[in-house]
Design a protein around this ligand. Sequence first.
Ligand code: 7RM
Length: 651
Amino acid sequence: MSDDALSNLLQENRSFPPDAAFAKRANVTAEAYADADADRLGFWAVQAQRLAWDSPWHQILDWSNAPFAKWFVGGRLNVAYNCVDRHVESGHGEQTALVFESESGDSRDITYRELQEMVSQAANALQGLGVEAGDRVAIYLPMIPEAIVAMLACARIGAPHSVVFAGFSAEALRSRIDDAQAKVVITADGQFRRGSAMPLKPAVDEAVAHTPSVDHVLVVRRTGGEVEWTGRDVWWHEVVEAASPEHHPQAFDAEHPLFILYTSGTTGKPKGILHTSGGYLTQAAWTHWAVFDLKPDEDVYWCTADIGWVTGHSYIVYGPLANRVTQVIYEGTPDTPHKGRWWEIVQKHRVTILYTAPTAIRTFMKWGEHIPDDFDLSSLRLLGSVGEPINPEAWMWYRRVIGGETCPIVDTWWQTETGAMMIAPLPGVTACKPGSAMRPLPGIGAEVVDDNGAPVDPGGGGYLVLDEPWPSMLRGIWGDDERYVQTYWSRWPGEYFAGDGAKLDDQGAIWLLGRVDDVMNVSGHRISTTEVESALVSHPAVAEAAVVGATDATTGQGIVAFVILRGTPQKDGAELVAELRDHVAHEIGPIAKPRQILVVTELPKTRSGKIMRRLLRDIAENREVGDVTTLADPTVMGLISDGLSSSAADD
Ligand code: 7RM
């Protein structure tokens, strides 16, 4: 690999310092970095005081059994009490906690007092079904208030939840229920999706037919569709709504398991990422408050993630509610009933903070800025990005079209495993560069290292590692300690290997370059798929691009790009492809010129919006396309290959 080549790639010199008025009112100043540098553990102990503890801890961190961490040792707290009851006790019972917006456009406000009653009822009902502290509960629900209530009810009684995204198949649900040996599954009869009611319970019936650990299935009536019923099934409205709205929240150990969340690894078997209570809630709450500059009495926050992903756990449920947020939750898709749906929601509820993913932003770019332009987005004051590297072009569009050139954009790097944000700007402090998550948050240790684990010099590229334990770190992989050590801690001694490539620029800002398996090596030059994608998307004809490294006899890997064009192309295919290749050469350098550019109409994405480059690599290498079961739309691969056989775009 050549770090020189890497460091010359993607020259991005724009930088946006915080607006003076914003900085003046910001929750966090540069002092936070100094405080954490002076006393890292002390810094986290201060942040833990944001929470209400039933008993104090006697040790901030026990790392003697590394990489198995214990934070706030001996401390006891109830996570649900921290997210709900204490806000009612402090006089905010009438504050709206959730603004639920359904796809069809009805909305419903739920106050903290109502949420407290709902969570208490659900906790009583779960206990009535025999769920005890330590028992696992699987949750397979759409984005409705009951999903959040169910998670908090589990937290309240100390029963770790395992939320499974409601778009996953019966088989995916079965394997997750089975791995965690869940005792109860909470689901709904169905969900609304693109204007129609889709059944959900049949997948649960199919899954639990093979999972003897499950005693009961608790079913929310959402669509009113017909459902099959067996002796283990119980209706939410019968047992939860009939339960007492009073429930005493018992305190649990800071290291009591809070949830398991499955994420895909390099093998076929999903990993159950385990998170615990005190450290997790501390970091989720502090980062949500600091990075989004949350003002609980003023802001209306909206995170567009689904609770099936970690973003929904940490930045819809735990962090925001611990901070007494008022937030929008939305059940539907961005284009139902029209492509301006999100902007209509921002306008309707006067949303001030929006947190979403680059894939969504690029989709909106593709649809055209005339759509958001029709709505009043002036309530927005801060924008966030998460999930994948955001290309500078999308960052600039987000800032201009959605943020009205004034909102700070916080690009937040973190993972299911990290539990909470790790690398992100502080919006009142950091001068942000489009496409960079900037630097580790106060109290976080991150570095970019080379193959030998040595930190790279400014300008160099390598692998992102985390070199200090952090409060919301995963505590392991459920039932597989060895895989935990092997996957994350065995590459370099004492360093957590994140699996992402990164570049350090001359000013010390970190540029995430995508998963390491997405970094190409062309004639000994390391080139990130993201950088080439970014260059392609900066051409006016390109709406979206996905780049893979295909095996090449001469150069090791050759760059193959799949592009979706904006509107109807003005030029003929071959001419445009030649122009795009030259454009990439111009933006990055001749070494980054794609060997092939294929014009397509769709890209294969997972349900959380990550491009499945593995499948594109299959096409680029003329292989039979592999396993497509985790694709959001399994027919996409057919569309792509059909389109290619009639496309003249391949040069
Ligand atoms: C929160 C989440 C984790 C992977 C991670 C990265 C990528 C996430 C960013 C990012 C560049 C970002 N959890 N990733 N955020 N890459 N910039 N701001 O997405 O477990 O589902 O995925 O996502 O590759 O390793 S996750």
